[in-house]
Write a protein that binds this ligand. Sequence first.
Ligand code: SAH
Length: 190
Amino acid sequence: MKLDRILPYAKILLEKAVKHGDTVVDATIGNGHDTLFLANLVGEDGRVYGFDVQLEAVTATEELIRSNGLSNRVTLFQQGHENLLTCIPQEENGKITGAIFNLGYLPGSDKSVITKPNTTISAVEQLLNFMAPEGIIVIVIYHGHTGGEIERDSLLEYCNQLDQNLAHVLEYKFMNQKNNPPFIVAIEKR
Ligand code: SAH
């Protein structure tokens, strides 16, 4: 297939927005693969702030980052991303150029801890205010699990009403695939 698949495309979007030395956010660290990707993307002078409510996710990510020798550029919070602005230092205001959300539950966990519409939207809104112009928020929307449909619809409704003078909003989705595959909403701050 020549078209970019969903997860590779999420990375392509982040690569467009983020350069060495930048500050970025992984709003749902999960197993830490995106945190690692971002830590490499920002280079040794950059910084990654990562969030997850589950200790399991924070511990696994800490270990992944440590074993790759990148701990000095990554700060992890066992906190909901809805508390983003209380966790990230004020001096980062206007410096964040990229952020990623992988919604849903942690693969391999019991599916009881999922991202939720209000907290996800609150985090997106905080980021939009706080980040740099031309910063990109990439949201990978998983919607096959219980609760996923509600979060998807709330988020799409929120994104649909975002003022086009404030942000460019992109939906990237394979329209004819079965079984609720994930898709992307990307928001570029203007
Ligand atoms: N569905 C994706 C993985 C999503 S992981 C896939 O299949 O690859 C989503 C992560 O978000 C989980 O680790 C979960 O603990 C975390 N999470 C849930 N609510 C959160 C919140 N309010 N803030 C930050 N992380 C949250």
